[in-house]
Design a binder for this molecule. Structure first.
Ligand code: PRX
Length: 632
């Protein structure tokens, strides 16, 4: 077990930030939230609009399948859109969007409501029913949140599949959800190129027999093939006379599903995590409100794509529930020049920037002269998410982008948690590289495999000791997997196992180290090594493979594959390139391996388990350590 002394440097928030913050005393509110967890969440839930109040805040009778706000009638869209149209916020900008090619579009809350209502009536006319799962596969354009909100409004469950995923990844998700309707776009821009999404969808749908309708937004103007009776243009549908600007928001049970989001786990099959209307709404809004201290004057830019949980919670639902102005940008951070993001911040007067360490590290490499060309003084808070942020990147972000005055909210959380779990508040004294302390209502343990506390400074498993409203309720179609993955190891104690290892220092600050399972984070994107191995094995030359994550200066982690070829074949540079291409094609280019190493044998235990530790040591040129269990 490793112990480490953390740097003592403590960065205090500026007076301006502290004075503006709603929460002035973390300890006091935290204590109250632990002593009366249900009371704390009920108080937050009351700030939202309910068709009918709940009868029970937390129902733990079926644990670990916890239920929140049972008996309540609710719809997240009444809160994210409807209620704002009845106040002065109807004229406030909800969305400011900029496309990679420079096109801009803005939507007031009034306009957003209009578009959501119109699209919701279309979905209804297509026979979309409450509870049905609609798959959305789109670039980062306004129609993406509009489609999500339209689904939620009529009670359909959305499943957003990241637009960077491949044909196979898309069709397996469509099939797992048994979607009848898919919403997509002709194409999206990335670094000046058009990604031909509709062609990917057309191929995926050949293996997805449940799909009857595909709606396509015209965005990039690339040539696409439309299939008669199945394919419809979004703009054609939106201009039909049956389309109404008034559409009732469906009254949902608090625990009705809002969305499914697939994420990688230990096995090759991605898990469709299920989030609900009410608990998720309360959690995403409360966490955002307190951590980023949202004010009506703010312009909040979360750079994530809604294909990931960060985009769901903090680009779409959380900010809209809070009535914020959200900035959305479609393309690459360095296109056409490395100042693109800094230009956007200046142009729109962004006050809060929430992004990933990978993006910071990548932009940092271009040098300070790029941000220095722009006036970034509207920024007041910064955020980081998705992977540990190294102190060097943290300091650059703080000094160069934040001008030394903007605290960095390093938020630790997961697709499963729905929102922030370990995070600073604007008033928290910061330590670069630490996500600091638990959000309200959370007791976070660092424990060994049996559940014993690990002493301060030493590494252990991160567990969450009590339920919270934003927690994923189950895995779509596989409740047993939900129970065993997250609640199996600490069943006796009733704790949630996050799958991360972490340390807590003597000041009670948490330091996240990384995943303890076979999940890797490449540029903050979550990938399962088993999924990559499954993709490799479908290549005709591959007999067996083992995939590990190795540290990477920009991406955090990179994909390193050990490949055993079929008898009589030998590895070559060409085959290495072909295998990289094969994985990218099977899964999406985000999974393109960094390195393929051909081997004659894989190190295995006598019971046949691959010893990844040995591979990792070899890949990194380190000592292999104890190999007494090695078979050969
Ligand atoms: O390992 C942790 C890492 O990302 C994992 C969750 O990935 P995903 O479900 O894709 O959600 C990412 C966005 C919330 C975690 O188990 N992670 C997330 N945030 C941080 C982090 N690691 C260190 N520091 C963070 N702030």
């Amino acid at each position: 077990m490793s112990t480490k002394t953390e740097p003592v440097e403590l960065i205090n928030p500026s007076e301006a930030v502290t004075n503006a913050a709603v929460i002035k005393n973390y300890e006091e509110v935290y204590q109250r939230s632990i002593e009366d967890r249900e009371g704390f969440w009920a108080e937050e839930a009351k700030k939202l609009q309910w068709f009918k109040p709940w009868t029970k805040v937390l129902d733990d009778s079926k644990k670990p399948f916890y239920q929140w706000f049972t008996g309540g009638k609710f719809n997240i869209v009444s809160n994210a859109v409807d209620r704002h149209t009845k106040t002065w916020r109807r004229n406030k900008l909800a969305l400011i969007w900029e496309g990679e090619n420079g096109t801009t579009r803005t939507y007031s809350y009034h306009a957003l409501n209009r578009e959501v209502c119109k699209f919701a009536t279309i979905l209804k006319s297509m026979g979309v029913k409450k509870g049905e799962i609609v798959t959305i596969y789109m670039p980062l354009i306004p129609e993406l949140p509009i489609a999500m909100l339209a689904c939620a409004k009529i009670g359909a469950t959305h499943s957003v599949v990241f637009g960077g995923f491949s044909i196979d990844a898309l069709s397996s998700r469509v099939n797992d959800a048994a979607s009848r309707v898919v919403i997509t776009a002709d194409g999206g821009y990335r670094r000046g190129k058009v990604i031909d999404l509709k062609t990917i969808v057309n191929s995926a749908l050949q293996d997805s027999p449940t799909v009857e309708v595909c709606i396509t937004v015209k965005h990039a103007g690339n040539a696409v093939t439309m299939e008669a009776d199945r394919d419809f243009w979004f703009h054609d549908l939106m201009s039909l006379p049956i389309v109404s600007m008034n559409c009732e928001t469906e009254v949902m049970d608090a625990e009705d599903p809002l969305f499914i989001l697939y994420t990688s786990g230990t096995t090759g099959k991605p898990k469709g995590l299920v989030h609900t209307h009410a608990g998720y709404a309360v959690y995403s809004a409360t966490t955002l409100q307190y951590v980023f201290d949202l004010k009506d004057e703010d312009r909040f830019w979360c750079t994530a794509d809604p294909g990931w949980i960060t985009g769901h919670s903090y680009l779409v639902y959380g900010p809209l529930i809070c009535g914020a102005t959200v900035v959305m940008y479609e393309g690459a951070p360095n296109h056409p020049y490395p100042n693109r993001w800094w230009q956007i911040i200046e142009k729109y007067g962004v006050t809060i920037l929430y992004t990933s360490p990978t993006a910071i590290r990548a932009l940092m490499r271009y040098g300070e002269q790029w941000p220095k060309r722009h006036n970034l003084s509207d920024l007041r808070l910064l955020g980081s998410v998705g992977e540990p942020i190294n102190p060097e990147a943290w300091r650059w972000y703080h000094r160069v982008i934040g001008g030394g005055k903007c605290p960095i909210m390093d938020t630790w959380w997961q697709t499963e948690t729905g929102g922030f779990v370990i995070t600073p508040l604007p008033i928290t004294p910061l330590k670069p590289g630490s996500a600091t302390k638990p959000f309200f209502g959370h007791e976070v343990g660092i424990v060994d495999d049996q559940g014993n506390d690990i002493p301060a400074g030493a590494e252990g498993n991160l567990v969450l000791k009590a339920p919270w409203p934003g927690m994923a309720r189950t895995i779509h179609g596989d409740p047993d997997r939900y129970k065993s993955t997250y609640w199996g190891q600490y069943e006796k104690q009733g704790w949630y196992k996050a799958g991360d290892s972490a340390r807590k220092d003597s000041d009670g600050y948490y330091w996240i180290i990384g995943r303890t399972d076979d999940v890797i984070k490449v540029s903050g994107h979550r990938l399962g090594t088993a999924e990559i191995e499954s993709a490799l094995i479908t290549h005709s030359d591959v007999a067996e493979s083992a995939v590990i994550g190795v540290p990477h200066e920009v991406k955090g982690q990179a994909i390193y594959c050990f490949v055993m070829l079929k008898p009589k074949l030998t590895g070559s540079h060409e085959l290495e390139t072909a295998l990289k291409e094969h994985v990218a094609k099977q899964m999406g280019s985000l999974a393109r391996p960094e390195k393929i190493q051909f081997v004659d044998k894989l190190p295995k235990t006598r019971s046949g388990k691959i010893m990844r530790r040995v591979l990792k040591a070899q890949a990194m040129g380190q000592e292999v350590g104890d190999i007494s269990t090695l078979e050969d």
